[in-house]
Design a protein around this ligand. Structure first.
Ligand code: BV8
Length: 247
């Protein structure tokens, strides 16, 4: 690891982390850029993760989410998630902002998680956006998707932000504040292509933060970053934590 980074890290009092699908790659969850595997290879995730896609073919979109939920249920957080949960307790001011919807950060023990794109484990009404209880979904599992209890024309849909949908303003505002106020932004496992999440690193840099990009590939974020750690998040994030815990 870069000696300057190793030297500076223990002095940092405020860290904001932005994670993307790459952080869950080592948990066996394909990223959005990975070719969709198996039956889903012929579908474009961008089309499926959209209101138009759901409107046009709710059954296929529902089945795609059910497949992803089952994949998440069969897997578990990896050392990247665990390292971030540890890091939260080692830094005075820490905020974890994620684009991921799998809930693995919380499962690994992270407490303060801003889910920019929602959470795949929750369902809401397609008309009213009211939460739909898991029990209702289970009682109506022979419908794909289940009807909504909140509206006669409503259907159950995952509580995630689809392409073309607005992010939760309070969550986004808190994420902007965490980006603008940190000394260091660690960006791990994101291609930096999805907005407005991808604007957070530049916002941090414009407000004086240094940027650390962790990714086996280079891209728009590494071009902005002070340091780029080339490789998997599950390798580098534990090493960063070691820097802070071993004298
Ligand atoms: C919105 C939930 C406005 C669903 C997702 C400018 C400003 C505002 C909007 C736009 C804009 N330009 C374009 C837009 C529209 C659009 C957008 O960004 N399009 C892009 C694609 C061009 N944005 C939106 O629609 C957003 N909405 O802005 O609304 C608005 C305002 C008012 C009223 C109405 C509307 C909503 C975007 C949210 C979309 N939902 N997820 C679901 O998951 O089903 S985003 C989805 O993509 C996932 O969350 C995923 O995280 C994300 C993909 O990004 P990454 O996380 O980076 O993942 P990716 O696969 O791309 O890359 C993985 C990376 O990991 C790679 O770099 C790889 O090298 C690396 N990697 C691989 N292995 C590892 C690794 N890294 C570390 N370790 C490893 N082992």
């Amino acid at each position: 690891m870069n000696p300057e980074l190793r030297e500076w890290l223990p002095q940092v009092r405020s860290i904001t982390v932005l994670t993307g699908a790459g952080v869950s790659a080592e948990s066996g969850i394909p990223t959005f850029r990975d070719a969709q595997t198996g039956h889903w290879a012929q579908h474009d995730p961008m089309a499926l993760a959209s209101p138009e896609g759901f409107e046009q073919d709710p059954r296929t979109v529902w089945r795609w989410y059910q497949w992803r939920r089952e994949l998440i249920a069969r897997n578990h957080p990896n050392p990247a998630h665990t390292a971030l949960a540890e890091l939260e307790n080692l830094v005075e001011h820490f905020t974890l902002v994620t684009q991921n919807v799998d809930g693995f950060h919380q499962l690994a023990g992270s407490n303060r998680v801003l889910e920019l794109h929602g959470n795949i484990q929750r369902n809401i009404c397609s008309q009213t956006r009211q939460t739909i209880a898991d029990r209702w979904i289970s009682d109506h599992r022979d419908h794909e998707p289940p009807p909504s209890p909140h509206h006669p024309r409503g259907l159950a849909r995952p509580d995630v932000v689809w392409f073309g949908e607005a992010l939760d303003t309070a969550v986004l505002q808190t994420a902007f504040e965490a980006a603008a106020s940190c000394e260091l932004m660690i960006v791990a496992g994101t291609s930096g292509t999805v907005q407005p999440a991808a604007s957070l690193p530049a916002m941090a840099a414009e407000n004086g933060a240094r940027l650390l990009d962790i990714n086996p590939e280079t891209g728009p974020i590494s071009a902005l970053a002070d340091w780029h750690l080339d490789g998997p998040a599950a390798t580098w994030l534990p090493r960063l934590v070691d820097c802070l815990t071993t004298p």
